[in-house]
Structure formats: structure tokens, C-alpha cells
Design a protein around this ligand. Structure first.
Ligand SMILES: Nc1ncnc2c1ncn2[C@@H]1O[C@H](COP(=O)(O)OP(=O)(O)OP(=O)(O)O)[C@@H](O)[C@H]1O
Ligand SMILES: [Mg+2]
Length: 339
């Protein structure tokens, strides 16, 4: 590891928003989208960057690419000031915005790649090699000649990820790369990212609303809300900080009164033969399942993961000052996070 690849020191972004409030009346409002964020990411790290809607995640990523200029603070990516040297930086980073494509809408997928080949002046052999690898691992073979606008969301997303990687970026920013993907595509994309990180040492900053993306890919996660860093640590610690719960759904052979289990697990809902049990997310479901299976005629079961918003909401609710991993100075319970 050779030091920090991404460095933020007290970074701020304030938007001036003008709003019509009535006939000939306008109101000026300042939105502090990013409100003094500091962190570093080392080369080769794969870090989750999560938080509720409007928290400031995309704004941070846009500043890291140079699309937006910070209103304050200091920011460096690979030693480069992104907003000053955006073009130079572009050769060293890759970006995927799940909500928006960087591909040429009316052209076959392969044409976007050919353009990238020339734009980034990728050596021919390298281009071929990277393209072949992406086509194989992201299963793009049958899609290369299809106009982008005809691709499904999941196909397009895979196409976008490949486009972001053809020039061998050291850093990859992914802003909701699994949004709208089905389970199979999600798994495929995750596998691809894991391999990219392990084999090429690509540094990855990942924004997502899917907690499983984080748990399966990242050893470190940062939580941002109202433009501030609320947590920086391992994903498991997030559950502790948020005391979040998973839910075990069991189908019994017939209707029963609430099943008897040891605390802290407890039945939270019963509907006919189906029962819902909440238990701490940091614990395995196995003992609970074993206990129920031993005492009741268990037909089927599933486990539901908590979503990020719920975890964060609980984090505020149960926040103990100086709790593990909670960023010092992080704000208390004023969050208006809806579940
Ligand atoms: N160009 C802009 N002009 C004015 N306000 C903006 C602009 N971009 C973002 N904002 C505001 O900044 C705040 C942070 O937005 P941002 O897009 O960074 O959130 P986010 O964390 O990515 O949310 P989401 O999970 O919904 O994608 C929001 O209040 C948003 O309305
Ligand atoms: Mg966003």
C-alpha cells in the first residue's frame, strides 16, 4: 500500500437554490449538500459510501470526479485536484452513475467502447485485452451490436461498468451500480467487482442502497447523512452502532400461537401459519432456525436483511456518545430519517 489515493479534508458543497414561492416571488435557499467531510481511502481499498436519499453521496462523487467544484475544504485524488485538472484525472478514474448512462444512446454498445479507445488513447493490445475480459465476465458478447437504447437496465449497467474500465483506472467510483438489477445480475456484477479489486488492486468507492452489496464487497463502510460523516468502520460495526435487526420469516405446517424463542429474538408478527421473528443482525440465524425446527413443524423459511435506511434510523435512535466506529462530532438524534 502506498498511501492515500483519495483524500478529503473538510470538504463542503453548498448549492444556491432559487425557488418560486409565489407570483413574482422567489426565495433563495442554501443547501449544504456536503458539510465538512474528511476521510482518506488507501490504494486497493473497496469502500462503501452509504446514506439516505439526499445525504450528499452523489455530490461527493461528483466532486471526486471534478464535475463539481467544492465550496470549501481540500480534495485530492491520486494527488490531483479534480476540479482543476479534470482531464488529467479522467485518465486515472472510472465512473459509473447507475441513474445515468455514459454510453452513446443511439449507437451500438461497441461504438461507445471504440470511442473510449480513441478518447483515452488506450494502447490497442491493452484495449483488446480489457474489452475481452469485460465481455467475458460481464457477459456482453451478444449485446455489443445492440443500440444502447434497446438494452435492458441490467444489460446497460453492465455495459456502463465495462466502459468505465477500458482505460485501466486506478480508482472506480460506482454510484448505485446495482440499482434496478435482478438477483442474477447483481451477483454477477458483485463477482466482477470483487475480482477487479483482488486481481488489479483497483480502488473502489461504492454507493448503494443495498446493504448486501456492502456486506459482500466492502471491509469498510462510511455512512453520510445531511452532508456529514456519521460512521466509518467495518460493516459489522454498523449493525452494532445501529443495533439493527434481521427478520426470520417461518412458514409452519399450520397456525400456531407465537413460537417460543429465547430473547433477544422475538415474534413480531403472526399471519396464519406464517410468523415473523426479529433478531439482532449481528447474530447468526442458524441457532434460531434449529430451535424452531426442533419444536415446530417447519415448512419453509427466509431471512430478510435490514435496509440501509432502517439501520441508519436506528443508529440515530440508539446512538451512544463515542460508540464504536461512530465518527466523533457526528450529530445526534435530529435526523429526520424515515423508515
Ligand atoms: N445541482 C444541484 N443543485 C441544487 N441542489 C442540489 C444539486 N445537486 C444536489 N442537490 C441537493 O444536495 C443534497 C444532496 O444530494 P445528493 O444527490 O448528493 O444526494 P444522494 O446522497 O446522492 O441521494 P440519493 O440516495 O437520493 O441518490 C440534496 O438535498 C439535493 O437536493
Ligand atoms: Mg445519489
Amino acid at each position: 500500500m502506498d498511501g492515500a489515493l483519495i483524500e478529503l479534508d473538510g470538504v463542503e458543497k453548498v448549492f444556491d437554490v432559487r425557488r418560486r414561492t409565489g407570483f413574482l416571488r422567489r426565495e433563495r435557499r442554501r443547501v449544504r449538500a456536503v458539510d465538512g467531510i474528511s476521510f482518506t481511502v488507501a490504494r486497493g481499498e473497496m469502500v462503501g459510501y452509504i446514506g439516505p436519499n439526499g445525504a450528499g453521496k452523489s455530490t461527493t462523487i461528483k466532486m471526486l470526479t471534478g464535475i463539481l467544484t467544492p465550496s470549501g475544504g481540500r480534495l485530492r485524488v491520486a494527488g490531483i485536484d479534480p476540479s482543476r485538472d479534470r482531464i488529467r484525472l479522467a485518465h486515472r478514474i472510472g465512473v459509473v452513475f447507475g441513474q445515468r448512462t455514459t454510453l452513446w444512446w443511439d449507437l451500438p454498445l461497441i461504438d461507445s467502447y471504440r470511442l473510449a479507445h480513441r478518447m483515452y488513447r488506450i494502447p490497442d493490445a491493452r484495449y483488446r485485452e480489457n474489452l475481452d475480459r469485460c465481455v467475458e465476465l460481464l457477459e456482453l458478447g451478444a449485446l455489443l451490436d445492440v443500440p444502447v437504447r434497446q438494452l435492458s437496465l441490467g444489460q446497460r449497467m453492465r455495459g456502463d461498468i465495462a466502459a468505465a474500465l477500458l482505460h485501466d483506472p486506478e480508482v472506480l467510483y460506482l454510484d448505485e451500480p446495482t440499482i434496478g438489477l435482478d438477483v442474477v445480475s447483481r451477483t454477477r456484477v458483485r463477482g466482477f467487482l470483487r475480482e477487479l479489486n483482488a486481481e488489479r488492486g483497483t480502488t473502489v468507492l461504492l454507493t448503494t442502497h443495498d446493504l448486501q452489496d456492502i456486506e459482500q464487497l466492502c471491509s469498510r463502510v462510511m455512512v453520510i447523512d445531511h452532508g456529514r460523516l456519521m460512521y466509518d468502520g467495518p460493516p459489522a460495526g454498523l449493525h452494532e452502532a445501529g443495533e439493527s435487526e434481521r427478520v426470520l420469516v417461518v412458514d409452519l405446517e399450520r397456525e400456531f400461537p407465537p413460537v417460543e424463542v429465547a430473547a433477544p429474538a422475538r415474534v413480531v408478527r403472526v399471519a396464519g401459519p406464517r410468523q415473523w421473528l426479529a433478531f439482532p443482525a449481528s447474530q447468526s440465524a442458524a441457532p434460531l432456525v434449529a430451535r424452531i425446527a426442533a419444536a415446530y413443524p417447519l415448512v419453509d423459511l427466509s431471512v430478510r436483511e435490514p435496509d440501509i435506511e432502517a439501520v441508519i434510523a436506528r443508529m440515530y435512535a440508539g446512538q451512544s456518545p463515542g460508540g464504536a466506529g461512530v465518527v466523533p462530532g457526528a450529530r445526534g438524534s435530529q435526523a429526520a430519517v424515515g423508515e
